[in-house]
Design a binder for this molecule. Sequence first.
Ligand SMILES: Cc1cc2nc3c(=O)[nH]c(=O)nc-3n(C[C@H](O)[C@H](O)[C@H](O)COP(=O)(O)OP(=O)(O)OC[C@H]3O[C@@H](n4cnc5c(N)ncnc54)[C@H](O)[C@@H]3O)c2cc1C
Length: 385
Amino acid sequence: MDKSSHTYDVVIIGGGIAGCATAIALQKLKPSLQIAIIERNTIHSSATVFRIGETLPPQSSSLLNTLGLWDDFLNCNFIRSYGTAAAWGSATLRHNEYLFSTAGYGWHLDRATFDQFMYLQATRRGITFIEDTTILNSNYTNDQWHLHCNRERKLTARFVVDATGKKAVFASQQHIQKIKDDHLVGIHRFFRINTATTPLGKGTCVETDIHGWWYSATLPNQTLVVSYMTDADIANRFLYKKSIFFNTALENTKYTSQRISNASPLTPIKLVAAHTQRLSSCIGKNWLAVGDALSSYDPISSLGIYKALHSSIYASYAIIDHFKGDSIGLQKYKQLHQLLFDNYLQKRHAYYKEEQRFVEAPFWKRRQFDQTTISNHKKTLIHEL
Ligand SMILES: Cc1cc2nc3c(=O)[nH]c(=O)nc-3n(C[C@H](O)[C@H](O)[C@H](O)COP(=O)(O)OP(=O)(O)OC[C@H]3O[C@@H](n4cnc5c(N)ncnc54)[C@H](O)[C@@H]3O)c2cc1C
């Protein structure tokens, strides 16, 4: 099939978890749909990188089941996870069930393997995957989207899904506003550990300090990820991206430092955006957004992948309704997302309020206010640094 110019029922932009899950969900509901995913990277290059975002909460299993992926997921041999140990609000490490979840066990993934798994599941179901391709611009005429891509590719679609992650590329091209709620960043490094465990055991460990919080998680293949979550201005001020400053801050931690005592770095230190964000509208004329493009959550929730799967399933219902001429589906999708996002904001606020030891420090002070007042305080606090 010539992929350079083709008409599809649905074109999904972004071949991450949300993009693949949306394609799988749509194909399951209506196998006759012509679906393509365009992805800016090559699959080969993605398979070998270390990617942050690796803890899957217990409630994800029912979504993997709904998508028809559960048995194959179990064959990936990811590590079971039974909760989080957290020194949050006090210097004592306490063992919790998942912070935002009901009971049960979750998973620690090798993220590159999981992304590759989603890609393979999508292509196995006959979904066209067009890699090394990105959208340049688009226009809507004659009831169709005309997508102009690099490499002189032109695609036509009855419906477009934006699954491009935090960048929300397609929505941005439609002049939809990305509403940022904070400036959280994650400065992280992967380590090789000598055994499957660490002096502090397996699983996730979270601890706070004056400028933010640390998390570390044991992953498959004797790997440990360590990430410091702080605000972008604080990270810049304390030069946390440089190894010497990151390592010093890490050495000063009470618990996380114990986990790397016999570990050797596998990757350089990397900074990624981790802010909370939503779109001013997540639906439009024959398009919608899923996953992080729809909204992105603070990593303290461990809900990013769950939300990518959840939004993809509900997006597939809305798109099928839309093809049947029922526009209510898209509106319901928007309302559901708004409800879930508000619920997330409330839980996040309550959780940050549990840490009262550093409330005079900007990172924590910024998180003591609820969302209606927080934006008024932000500018002042940045100058207090
Ligand atoms: C520090 C940190 C820690 C986290 N920890 C966790 C955790 O423990 N558990 C959890 O569940 N979540 C976690 N997350 C969140 C999780 O990683 C994301 O929610 C998840 O990756 C979202 O998946 P997605 O498919 O929506 O977006 P992405 O994974 O960002 O995928 C987007 C895809 O779109 C492609 N793309 C982008 N632009 C274009 C374009 N113009 N054209 C074509 N393709 C494009 C990209 O290459 C990518 O493949 C964490 C995030 C951070 C920052």
